[in-house]
Design a protein. Structure first.
Length: 249
């Protein structure tokens, strides 16, 4: 993971409509904003994986990074299993970060499915200018806000890569642990950023209203009086069977 050390001074973020990115069939509006002359945007699923791989291969080379699996990783963008955000200076790609859902990281009693940063690369000409941390901050913010099942975003970097560590610290990630990563033959430092309050829970459904009671049969008063043996003289003549009131004598 190539993550340059960034001067992460706060700038004024100006949201703007992403009018340049369009789907082949229908227009797609994706998150985008401009900060200090650099435009940060989420890339659409149809963005060419080969272009991202070439940028990763050219500008992500360092003693900390292995790029052999990068092409297969970026091809997952079309499938929708990863997300990629990019930084542009005018129309020139100067940085990118990717993330995908993973089961590799999970804290005890954690809820939701965690996501992990896959690749973070910044062009050498734009390092130490806050681009890397801005990309990571944007990715984490959109994942935690937009994906309702994402409550944690993780990142693992070489424990000796001070630039990468500084990038994630400036982006608001907390350092969890440094451990021996035997698979990659290195000591790795793990960072995490969490959603405040965890994964939102759906509002409880209101109890079902009680079923309406069947309407009681309307019994004429004279029938109630007759059944109970009370006088029925007050009943109108035309409402009594046969038109004659019952003689109670």
């Amino acid at each position: 993971m190539a993550a340059p050390s960034d001067d992460d001074s706060d700038g004024t973020a100006t949201p703007e409509a992403n009018s340049d990115v369009k789907h082949r069939a229908t227009p797609v509006k994706l998150p985008s904003y401009t900060r200090e002359g650099i435009t940060y945007r989420q890339l659409p699923q149809w963005h060419k994986a080969e272009e991202l791989y070439e940028f990763r291969r050219e500008h992500g080379k360092s003693r900390y990074n292995v790029v052999s699996d990068a092409l297969s990783h970026f091809k997952k963008l079309e499938q929708g299993s990863i997300h990629v955000w990019a930084a542009y200076d005018q129309k020139r790609l100067v940085g990118l970060v990717s993330a995908e859902a993973t089961s590799e990281y999970r804290t005890r009693n954690g809820t939701g499915r965690p996501w992990a940063i896959g690749h973070l690369v910044v062009r050498a000409s734009h390092r130490r200018k806050g681009v890397g941390s801005a990309l990571v901050r944007l990715a984490a913010a959109l994942l935690l806000a937009g994906n309702q099942q994402c409550a944690e975003v993780y990142a693992s970097v070489n424990a000796d890569d001070d630039a990468a560590i500084a990038t994630f610290v400036r982006a608001g990630f907390e350092e969890l642990v440094t451990h021996a990563d035997l698979q990659k033959g290195r000591d790795a430092t793990v960072f995490r950023k969490r959603r405040e309050g965890g994964v939102p829970k759906a509002a409880p459904k209101p109890p079902a209203p009680p079923r309406p009671k069947p309407k009681a049969a309307v019994v004429p008063r004279w029938q109630r009086d007759y059944a109970e043996g009370r006088p029925v003289y007050s009943v109108a003549r035309d409402s009594y069977p046969g038109g004659e009131p019952r003689d109670s004598s």
